[in-house]
Design a protein around this ligand. Sequence first.
Ligand SMILES: [Zn+2]
Length: 217
Amino acid sequence: MDNLAKLREAVSVANKALPEQGLVTMHSGNASGYDPAEDLLYIKPSGMDYDQITPDNLVPVRVSTGEVLVEGVRPSVDLPHHLFIYRNIEGVRGVIHTHSNYATAFAAVGHAVPLVLTAIADEFGAEIPCAPYVDNEDSHIGEAILKYRNRAPSILMGNHGVFAWGDSPRSALKAAVMTEDVAKTVWLAMQIGTPKVIPAEEAEKWYDRYHNRYGQG
Ligand SMILES: [Zn+2]
């Protein structure tokens, strides 16, 4: 498989994983992947059922110009936000947007997911920030992501949902799944008490271990 075929396959898998992981209902989320060498991204077609998605019906888009490279099929309406992230955050190769329930509950009240779990320190290295509400005209969402993001690979958009990213569609999916998972745990914790923030220097140890020493190298 050439690189673009691999990318199409990865974007198809990431989109199909959204309902499988419980992150979307109906059509409320989308995944894309980007190959900078080809100046190309692939993204979910607008309004298509996830079980209908294949590597061959994803929508190719020229990233430098935003030009849709096939006729007769429209890309996800969230394409402008995906393009903005690829053009403005170094190293991003996969982007996912969802309205996953627990994370979006935090977004509804304008709260970050606080750094109160070692899992949050591991994966995100910071609280998961929440940007204030913006509409979806022009680059308002993209600009808010740039302004309010920290080093975590996801952000809550106030009153809206989640954007997550990574160095591949798979790592963007992981960030989206972990965002929802930790938001659920923190929400549960808030029912029985006040979650305790992990001190920054302790969080740094977990982040460093996870990013530099964990896994198979
Ligand atoms: Zn949305």
